[in-house]
Design a protein around this ligand. Structure first.
Ligand code: MN
Length: 731
């Protein structure tokens, strides 16, 4: 522990700053005298390490002085914040005060009873933002503090290890990411992961180590090849292998559901050049050298991530077919990526040229803060979910508003999410959207770089369908929460009307118009029909889910009946009474599943021809079959169609005729992997009527697909066509 280890990172320091840091070190050493860490080391080692981490990030002198002092007020009874101010001035004192406030938070956060993990986490975050005030340096000190604490976590009890590691992964690593400080984020994640999932951590680390040699040889070869080619083009570049972070490997593995091999064999290099033009030049040269892997190119220079990250990402497949990930960036971009907001802090004093990236990040933080304070108070729960979702999701897209502001949304967001992000009212009145100048459906998945424009109406509100996750209109909790809130505000009478509407529409579509509404409510566990309609109207349940539930109940009853009784005669198409069983070339036989061995699809089965009631199907290993005295009555059977049991359902779609209508309908059906047959189209007076048969596996699938078709532009209605003689739905 030598103060020069700190100064070595700060070569251009003015004498007064030098003195400030030195005095802070002396002050802290005295204050913590006699105190020890859990590991038994002198306590001062901790503030020293925190100061060192910040010095490595080249932060300014007040920050480093505050790092030395950050625990003095909290841990030393004799020292107050006023002492610090008197000794080191207001700026340093405020930094120390901010960090001290954050350090006192966890107890407050824990004291909130009845709160779930994610609520506590969000509450904690909110309080951190409050404590930070307007000075980001407070958080930088806190992050460095957390990093050093994580490095010495081994000395704590297992309980504390898990608690701190969890908090680090849930709160501090995402914070570091939000500030674009890559090197802190990775270290925090890897350390936390090591304590949370020691087995998995070790496994990945081992795999990495095992393949290190061959990976390094490959990398050396590829790097050399890139280097020579770039040199031939007159480009001076710095090429390095890119360290793989264990937690990011783990995340990638769980996200893409792939095996170790596919990820560990990925080689990654980083090419750093002097300017932006060279970045694109290098990209072209590398794409010429090897075959680019499609879908792996990202241009974060043209569209930087909201945390300020800029770089070109691509992947190529080398001669041996192995993938090489390549990041191309300028040296300056690299500084940014590693140190984020901290990289810009030192420009603060001579900020003659406006530092765009820095300002953008500060504005982003302000916006988060504003959301904390302004959001509908009734909506507190939604806010919590929103922050958690926002902060824990790294998979994000960046799209433009008409004024060319960049909006950052979770991957998979739709124009509706975008609209609610802009403003709650824009969301409520959203009726359509243009992406890159073209109208798109409201369930369109936005892509990074899209220019989005929302078409609004003057009146009206959101649609219940927007909350139905299956329909894909919304991705963010924030949007769903605001929609739900809108419906809640409509009041009881309106909710009943909205709920009734949705239910009637769903019943009509599925050809279940004649069901007694009150029975539906009773059977699905509601106190009354009104209760059910209100629940639908508030968006707590969806009409499709209620109708699906009813059909499931009926199905179960029918199955129970069938198990008890001899099967009735097969229906015309033979698809219900035969349990999906094929009988050695015969058809039309009565089929009954044996109650002694209860064969289920997939079991080896055999049929036994009874004298009076058709064929009974047994498992091949059933004792009754083995002991039969009449083996001549055994007959080969198989499960036949049952594995892909689908039901043909006739459907009618009416729509105002337009170009591309059939293609759109076809696309929706194909998306759900549903076969259609017997397509028949008639057109009358600009109205097209489609009749077709869909092969669906389950009524919930039918409900979903009819809903989706209903959402297509110009569709007037879509419904299931019933046979003239009404039979109970068998789906
Ligand atoms: Mn500390």
């Amino acid at each position: 522990m030598n103060i020069d280890d700190i100064f070595v990172h700060l070569p251009m320091l003015a004498q007064t700053d030098h003195d400030l840091i030195e005095r802070a070190f002396t002050f802290a050493s005295l204050a913590h005298e006699g105190q020890t860490r859990k590991s038994g080391q002198p306590y001062i080692i901790h503030p020293f390490n925190v100061a060192l981490i910040l010095a490595e990030m080249r932060l300014d002198a007040p920050t480093i002085a505050a790092a030395f002092l950050h625990d003095t007020v909290e841990d030393c009874e004799s020292i107050t914040i006023d002492d610090v101010e008197e000794e080191f001035g207001k700026e340093v004192a405020q930094l120390v005060h901010g960090v001290t406030k954050i350090e006192q938070l966890p107890t407050q956060a824990n004291s909130r009873q009845r709160s779930s993990g994610s609520e506590r986490q969000a509450e904690y975050l909110r309080q951190i933002f409050m404590a930070m005030g307007n000075d980001v340096r407070v958080i930088l000190i806190k992050l460095a503090d957390r990093l050093d604490n994580m490095r010495s976590l081994g000395a704590l009890s297992r309980d504390r290890q898990i608690k701190n590691a969890r908090e680090t992964l849930d709160v501090f690593a995402p914070l570091a990411n939000r500030f674009g400080i890559g090197h802190l984020k990775w270290q925090l994640e890897d350390l936390a992961f090591r304590y949370l999932e020691p087995e998995k951590y070790r496994e990945i680390a081992m795999h990495l180590a095992e393949r290190r040699l061959s990976r390094e040889q490959d990398l050396a070869r590829l790097t050399h090849q890139i280097e020579t080619t770039l040199k031939a083009h007159g480009i001076k570049a710095q090429i390095s292998g890119r360290p793989k972070h264990i937690y990011s490997i783990y995340r990638k593995m769980s996200r893409k559901q792939v095996q170790f091999d596919q990820i560990f064999d990925v080689r990654a290099v980083r090419v750093m050049v002097d300017d932006v033009a060279q970045c694109y030049q290098v990209l072209g040269i590398i794409h010429n050298l090897w075959r680019p892997v499609s879908g792996e190119f990202d241009d974060y220079i043209a569209a930087p991530k909201e945390n300020g990250y800029r770089s070109l990402h691509t992947a190529i497949s080398d001669e041996g077919g192995k993938t090489l990930e390549v990041q191309i960036r300028t040296h300056e971009m690299h500084q940014d990526a590693e140190y984020g907001i901290a990289a810009h802090w030192k420009y603060k004093e001579n900020k003659s040229e406006t530092d765009d990236v820095f300002d953008k990040r500060i504005n982003y933080m302000r916006r988060i803060l504003q959301n904390v304070q302004d959001d509908d108070p009734e909506d507190a729960e939604g806010f919590v979910e929103m922050v958690v979702q926002d902060i824990s999701s790294y998979d994000r897209i960046y799209v433009f508003t008409p004024r060319r502001d960049i909006i950052d949304l979770p991957d998979g967001s739709t124009p509706i999410d975008f609209a609610y992000h802009i403003h709650t009212e824009v969301g409520h009145r959203c009726r359509g959207a243009k992406v890159n100048g073209k109208m798109v459906s409201l369930s369109y998945k936005l892509q990074t770089g899209d220019h989005v424009e929302i078409v609004t109406s003057n009146r009206g509100g959101p649609s219940l369908d927007w909350m139905n996750e299956n329909l894909g209109f919304t991705k963010t909790q924030r949007a769903r929460q605001k929609i739900r809130y809108w419906f809640r505000k409509q009041g009881r009478e309106k909710a009943i009307a909205i709920g009734r509407d949705a239910l009637e529409r769903e019943l009509k579509r599925l050809g279940m118009d004649d069901y007694v509404r009150a029975d539906i409510a009773e059977r699905t566990g509601f106190l009354s029909l009104d209760h059910m309609l209100i629940a639908i109207g508030y968006g707590d349940v969806t009409a499709p889910s209620i109708v699906t539930r009813i059909v499931q109940l009926e199905q179960r009853e029918q199955e129970a009946k069938r198990d008890e009784l001899v099967a009735s005669a097969p229906t015309v198409n033979g698809k219900t009474a035969d349990h999906g069983i094929d009988i050695a070339g015969l058809s039309g036989l009565l089929v009954k599943l044996a109650t002694c061995c209860h064969p289920a699809p997939g079991d080896d089965i055999i049929g036994f021809v009874t004298r009076t009631s058709g064929v009974t199907v047994h498992r091949k290993d059933c004792k009754n079959i083995a002991n039969t005295t009449e083996p001549q009555r055994l007959i080969q059977v198989s499960w036949g169609r049952s594995e892909t049991h689908v039901y043909p359902v006739p459907v009618e779609i009416k729509a105002r005729d337009r170009e591309g209508l059939m293609r759109d309908i076809g696309a929706v059906i194909a998306e759900e992997n549903i076969n259609m047959t017997n397509v028949n189209i008639t057109s009358d007076n600009q109205v097209a009527t489609f009749r077709l048969v869909m092969e669906v596996a389950h009524i919930s699938q039918l409900s979903l697909i009819l809903n989706k078709i209903d959402m297509l532009p110009e569709v007037i209605h879509v419904r299931r066509v019933l046979p003239t003689e009404r039979v109970a739905p068998t789906l």
